[in-house]
Design a protein around this ligand. Structure first.
Ligand SMILES: NC(=O)C1=CN([C@@H]2O[C@H](COP(=O)(O)OP(=O)(O)OC[C@H]3O[C@@H](n4cnc5c(N)ncnc54)[C@H](O)[C@@H]3O)[C@@H](O)[C@H]2O)C=CC1
Ligand SMILES: O=C(O)[C@@H]1CCC=N1
Length: 293
C-alpha cells in the first residue's frame, strides 16, 4: 500500500457479511467515498445473502475458500465483522493470509487490540472500532482506538472510512466498553423506548398508524432539537415540563419506576457483557497461533 492511497483506491475486504458489515458498506457506497468494485465481502456460508449483496451494491462477495484467500491477500484494509464467538476460528483461518502492509480494522465488541495481536501473530496495525447500525444511513456513531503500529496515513484512512457513515470519536481503548453501552447498543434502547411509546398509545386508544407516526416524529424532533438548538437535554426537558402540568406527572411516574437508573444499568450491563465476550475469546495454546504467546 502506498502512503498516498485514498479510500476510493483502497481494496477493502470485509470478513463476515452480516448486519454490521452491510451497514458500513451501504454507507460507504451511498456516500460514494468507496468504490464498490474495490469492496470484497466474505462469509462462512449463505450463498443467497452473498448474491443479494452483489446485486444490491455491485461489490464482490464470496464464501469460496480460494476466492476468499485471493480477496484477503490483495486487500489493503481488512475489516473483521464476525461475532466474538467466531473470532478464534476465523483468526486461525486468516492468520496465514494477512501481512504487515495491511491495515486491520475490527468492529468486534470486547476484543482488545492486545488479544487481536496475540491471536494473529502478524505485526500489522490494528484499529479497534465500535460502530452502530445507524451507519447504514450515514448517521452512525463510531468509537475508535489505534494500536501503536497505526501510522498517520492509516489513522486518516480509518477515520475517513467511518466518517463516511457518521461521526467518529477517538477514545482511549479502556473506554470502548462503556462507549459500547452508550452508542453501540444505544440504538436498541431508543427502538425499545419507541416500541413502548407506540404500545402505550395504542393501549390508550390511538390507532397503530397514528401511534407510530406520532412516536417517530416525537423522537426525530427531540433529537433534532438537541442537535440544532445545542441546548442541554435537561434544559429542553424543563421547557416541556410546565409546573404541576401533564409532563411533570409523567416524569414523576418515570422517576417512580427508576427510569434513569434503568438506563444506567442498561449501559453498564452492555459494557460488562462486551468486556466478558472479549475475555471469553480464547487464545489457544495448542494451535500454532497461540504457541509463542
Ligand atoms: N449489530 C450491531 O449493532 C453491532 C455489531 N458490532 C459487532 O459486529 C460484529 C458482527 O455483528 P453482526 O453484524 O451483528 O453479526 P451477524 O451475525 O449479522 O454477522 C456476522 C457474520 O460473520 C460471518 N462469519 C463468522 N465467521 C466467519 C469467518 N470465519 N469467515 C467469514 N465470515 C464469518 C457469519 O456467517 C455472519 O454472517 C460483532 O462482533 C459485533 O460485536 C459492533 C457494533 C454494533
Ligand atoms: O449486541 C452486541 O453484542 C453488539 C455490540 C453493540 C451492538 N451490538
Amino acid at each position: 500500500m502506498t502512503l498516498s492511497i485514498t479510500l476510493s483506491q483502497a481494496k477493502i475486504a470485509f470478513v463476515g457479511a452480516g448486519s454490521m458489515a452491510e451497514a458500513i458498506v451501504r454507507g460507504l457506497i451511498q456516500t460514494e467515498v468507496a468504490n464498490p468494485q474495490h469492496i470484497y465481502m466474505m462469509n462462512r456460508a449463505n450463498q443467497d445473502r452473498l448474491a443479494f449483496l452483489r446485486s444490491e451494491y455491485g461489490l464482490h462477495a464470496s464464501c469460496d475458500p480460494a476466492t476468499k484467500e485471493a480477496y484477503l491477500r490483495e486487500a489493503d484494509v481488512v475489516v473483521l465483522c464476525m461475532k466474538p464467538k467466531d473470532v478464534e476460528s476465523a483468526f486461525a483461518e486468516l492468520q496465514p493470509m494477512l501481512h504487515e502492509k495491511q491495515l486491520l480494522i475490527s468492529v468486534i465488541a470486547g476484543l482488545s487490540i492486545e488479544k487481536a495481536e496475540r491471536l494473529l501473530q502478524v505485526g500489522l496495525p490494528i484499529v479497534r472500532t465500535m460502530p452502530n447500525t445507524s451507519s447504514t444511513i450515514g448517521l452512525g456513531a463510531t468509537g475508535m482506538s489505534f494500536s501503536s503500529k497505526v501510522n498517520d496515513t492509516f489513522k486518516q484512512l480509518a477515520i475517513q472510512m467511518f466518517e463516511a457513515v457518521g461521526t467518529v470519536t477517538i477514545i482511549e481503548e479502556d473506554k470502548l466498553e462503556v462507549l459500547t453501552g452508550v452508542s453501540g447498543s444505544g440504538p436498541a434502547y431508543v427502538y425499545y423506548f419507541m416500541e413502548a411509546l407506540i404500545k402505550a398509545g395504542i393501549e390508550g386508544g390511538l390507532t397503530e398508524e397514528d401511534a407510530r407516526q406520532l412516536t417517530l416524529q416525537t423522537v426525530l424532533g427531540a433529537a433534532h432539537m438537541v442537535k440544532i438548538t445545542k441546548e442541554d437535554p435537561a434544559e429542553l426537558r424543563r421547557k416541556v415540563t410546565s409546573p404541576n402540568g401533564a409532563t411533570q406527572a409523567s416524569i414523576e411516574a418515570l422517576d417512580r419506576f427508576k427510569f434513569t437508573e434503568a438506563v444506567a444499568q442498561a449501559v453498564f450491563h452492555s459494557a460488562a457483557r462486551a468486556k466478558e465476550m472479549g475475555e471469553q475469546i480464547a487464545v489457544s495454546t495448542s494451535s500454532p497461533v497461540g504457541k509463542s504467546v
